[in-house]
Design a protein around this ligand. Structure first.
Ligand SMILES: Cc1cc2nc3c(=O)[nH]c(=O)nc-3n(C[C@H](O)[C@H](O)[C@H](O)COP(=O)(O)OP(=O)(O)OC[C@H]3O[C@@H](n4cnc5c(N)ncnc54)[C@H](O)[C@@H]3O)c2cc1C
Length: 466
């Protein structure tokens, strides 16, 4: 990189005519974590009695506008965070123990309640849904971005947008950044450039390259919270159908992995919460090479095959003259308790979708007009087996460009979780999705980005003025 350029306006005179040194914090990336870092850096500096003119906070953003990912989050509604006690939030949102340990200090330092009250103060009250997911009352993700822009103005943070940082290096004890033919320097840097998922929103892994250039190890990058594409696309008859509350099982040379939730059949494979949750594990297996993982649905998660078999037998003994297809069409799907149901009445709860019934019967070798009483033992066993193990397909791809988050990234061991400070460079801070963690669906990723950003900004300010 070209030599560090001399800074303009680095020093200024205070009211008494004394020359004071201006410190500059440069933040790469104006997403959730970067903007929050700027806001908290100013708050911390002010708390330390540092006047704004002594501390320049500069955000450099590649996109024309900040917060592109927030604006599309939660289907445009922005699932801001998750409700409930912090400990539970962490356990529910981060399934790997090392990731839980890493995000814990940051989320405790700036938790879901503080996050919601900050947005409320800026005119964006939020509300928790029954499943714990928290959204702005307006349901408009753009409101969150607009509130953050106002927070940035109040924090006197300068935003340079449409500018892509291409190089970052240390020159003596300062940082030099290059973006095209523009040069920036900084006393401290917060890297908040996100991961490489959903590249259309501006995240194509630049943060990883910039961190690696400063010596950081980057753990293998994988898509997470993504759809899974199959080698053979699903039958058009079931495309668009949602299986509610079913078990999704991934089988591979690594073993089995299970998640329970809604599953959506798509043109190329599957999507929906159960799939998003398992996609990281599918992508991990695929990255190792070997046989492609096999995915199947379990229509009775939480119930052993023997229980399902007794349930079917009990139903046959009461409603032997019923068509098998009618039994399946009215059969409760993923029920908590397996009890005989009243076959003569329309079902009140979620049932196996009609679109799946012909395929279930075909796979069990049952004819279209067969009644329950004439099922052979072999057919009955086959029906139970297929209800517990309905093969959906073999994974072909977990697309990174359709993933909501990136797993992998800056090695957690090289960043102090209590400050977000790099263990390699005293004045370098890393936060957000750039780091090697990935949360579940439910507002956990934004909470982690806000919390780690908050912590990075606060400690960057303390490092410069503490
Ligand atoms: C479609 C979608 C829906 C989602 N919905 C939710 C949800 O509802 N709830 C939830 O919790 N999470 C959701 N997420 C995940 C969540 O949005 C991210 O985890 C979170 O935004 C990460 O914040 P971040 O600041 O670390 O990174 P980002 O928000 O990705 O911000 C990084 C910023 O850095 C900029 N940048 C990158 N490289 C450079 C460079 N070289 N120079 C300058 N700037 C650069 C990028 O343009 C970007 O603005 C969703 C993600 C997607 C893709």
């Amino acid at each position: 990189m070209a030599k560090l350029r001399r800074r303009e306006n680095r020093d200024l005179e205070d009211r008494q005519g004394k020359i004071v040194n201006v410190q500059q914090l440069t933040i790469v990336g104006a997403g959730a974590s970067g903007m929050m870092a700027a806001i908290s850096a100013r708050q911390s500096a002010r708390a330390l009695g540092v006047t704004d003119d002594r501390f320049r906070i500069l955000l450099i953003e590649r996109n024309p506008e900040p917060g592109a990912k927030i604006a599309i989050s939660g289907g445009g509604h922005c699932n801001l965070t998750h409700d409930g006690p912090v400990e539970r939030l962490i356990q529910k949102g981060f399934l790997r123990k090392n990731e839980q340990r890493f995000v814990k200090p940051a989320i405790y330092a700036f938790d879901n309640r503080e996050l919601c009250s900050l947005f409320e103060r800026y005119g964006v009250p939020s509300t928790a849904r029954d499943d714990g997911r928290v959204f702005p009352v307006s349901g408009i993700a753009r409101d969150v971005v607009d509130a953050m822009r106002q927070m940035l103005r109040d924090a006197s943070a300068d935003l340079v947008s449409g500018t892509r940082v291409e190089a970052l290096e240390m020159v003596s004890d300062r940082f030099a950044l290059r973006a095209g033919d523009r040069f920036f320097d900084a006393d401290a840097v917060v890297l908040a450039a996100g991961g490489s998922a959903w590249g259309a929103s501006g995240t194509t892994g630049d943060g990883f390259r910039l961190a690696a250039a400063l010596g950081h190890r980057i753990e293998s990058v994988l898509p997470a919270l993504a759809p899974v594409f199959f080698t053979v696309p699903p039958d058009p008859g079931i495309v668009g159908v949602t299986l509610r509350g079913v078990g999704l099982v991934v089988e591979s040379q690594r073993g089995r992995d299970v998640s329970v939730g809604d599953l959506l059949m798509s043109h190329r494979g599957i999507s929906g919460p159960a799939c998003l949750s398992l996609s990281r594990s599918v992508a991990g297996v695929m990255a190792e090479g070997g046989d492609a993982p096999l995915l199947f649905a379990d229509f009775f998660p939480g119930h052993e095959p023997a229980e399902v078999s007794s349930f079917v037998l009990a139903h046959i003994s009461r409603h032997g003259s019923q068509f098998v297809r009618t039994f399946l069409q009215r059969c409760p799907m993923a029920p908590e308790r397996l009890e005989p149901y009243d076959a003569s009445r329309a079902p009140h709860q979620e049932t196996i979708p009609n679109a799946f019934v012909p395929e279930l019967m075909a796979r069990a070798g049952i004819g279209h007009d067969q009644t329950l009483s004439v099922l052979t033992r072999q057919q009955r066993n086959a029906l139970v087996a297929v209800l517990k193990r309905f093969v959906l397909g073999k994974a072909r791809k977990v697309p990174l460009d359709r993933a909501e988050v990136t797993a992998g990234g800056v090695c957690l061991a090289e960043v102090d979780p209590k400050t977000m400070r790099s263990r390699l460079h005293r004045r370098l801070f890393c936060c957000g999705e750039l780091l090697d963690y990935a949360g579940e669906v439910g507002g956990f990723n934004l909470q982690a980005a806000f919390s780690t950003g908050w912590m990075a900004g606060a400690h960057a300010a303390r490092e410069l003025f503490g």
